[in-house]
Unconditional design. Structure first.
Lengths: 126, 224
């Protein structure tokens, strides 16, 4: 009986951790995508200061999210976002909005991919 | 490198705990589902050790999930006999009244060499000695020999023990008293120390001390 109770506790713990991890990933990735999308739109409309502020917000949020994602995602999955993010500020400072927008689109796609591969959906189960 | 080392240590303890939760069984006695889970656990544990970019959770979560499912299924199988038969199978009679069931051998994909090997493992070198043989769900062969080949027992010879034949339990080993052993035969530490005093001995002098139900002591002194 003790063994069964231990297993029930562990099992519920696992379900709790997995649910929390999945919801956190969804929340963070969606929030990051929204910020990036806003930065992309600002750069496309030549509002470079807004783009700079939003990019800095994104980088700070990504750093926080990375601290969580490192426990639940394969590190290779996050590398693409981390490396591409490092190029955003230099592009903005040089006023290269085309390159900036291209890089942002790539990061958005990588973030969408993070969620798509981890979301509890049939295409990921089979 | 340090990451791999720490991960290995963590996973080692996790697997020890996981197998402890699953319960104690020898590898040879594993049911098919337990055998599959043991192999799976060893493979899953290797992934985060081999690849440091894989989060430890990708090893920990599946291992604990498998162990929980194994315990849950064993609990369900305990109650649900029909399902138990379907999952673990049922013992198959291979030799009945000294006659080998060749159909069953074919069904179990058992050849004569396998059978002879299993019989030799049971110290049977002539199949004619066997009255009854069953292949258990673990794959082990259990046999019941014909009467003339059975080991003579005290019961057959109507013998009764001349003295206390109870199991001798360890009361002291390496100078340490085993309270659980003493309790098993309704004794305590004080009683044991009194017995040792009578023999002018101290607990620390003794390497191994065993006793039976009637309190007869047998001991080996340290350095003896």
């Amino acid at each position: 009986m003790k063994r069964l109770i231990t297993c029930i506790v562990i099992f519920l713990g696992i379900i709790g951790i997995c649910t929390w991890g999945t919801l956190s990933l969804r929340h963070h990735s969606h929030a990051l995508i929204q910020t990036l999308q806003a930065a992309h739109d600002a750069a496309a409309e030549d509002r470079m200061e807004d783009a700079l502020r939003l990019t800095e917000d994104f980088l700070a949020d990504w750093e926080d999210a990375e601290q969580l994602f490192i426990y639940i995602l394969r590190h290779e999955q996050m590398d693409e976002v981390t490396f591409s993010s490092a190029r955003l500020l230099p592009f903005l400072r040089q006023g290269d909005s085309a390159e900036f927008c291209a890089e942002v689109s790539e990061i958005i796609r990588a973030l969408e991919h993070l969620w798509e591969t981890e979301k509890p959906a049939p295409e990921n189960f089979f | 490198m340090a990451v791999v080392f720490i991960r290995t240590v963590l996973l080692y303890f996790l697997i020890v705990v996981a197998l402890r939760i699953m319960g104690r069984r020898q590898i040879g006695e594993l049911q098919p589902s337990e055998f599959v889970i043991t192999i799976l656990i060893s493979n899953i544990a290797a992934l985060p050790i081999e690849n440091p970019t894989t989060p430890l959770s990708s090893g920990v979560i599946p291992i604990l999930t498998l162990v929980c499912l194994e315990v849950f299924s064993s609990m369900v199988l305990l109650k649900w006999i029909g399902l138990r038969k379907w999952i673990t199978g049922s013992p198959k009679v291979l030799i009945k009244d000294g006659i080998l069931d060749q159909k069953m051998m074919k069904q179990l994909r058992f050849n004569m060499s396998d059978l002879a090997e299993e019989l030799r493992d049971k110290d049977v070198f002539d199949i004619n000695e066997v009255d009854f043989a069953v292949v258990e769900t673990t794959g082990k062969l259990s046999i019941y020999k014909k009467f003339p080949h059975r080991t003579v027992t005290a019961d057959m010879l109507s013998l009764s023990p001349a003295q206390d034949e109870s199991v001798r339990i360890t009361a002291i080993s390496d100078g340490h008293i085993h309270k659980e052993g003493l309790q098993l035969y309704g004794r305590d530490k004080q009683w044991l120390e009194e017995e040792l005093r009578k023999r002018e001995l101290a607990v620390g002098d003794i390497f191994l001390l065993t006793m039976n139900r009637s309190g007869e002591l047998s001991y080996i002194l340290k350095g003896q």
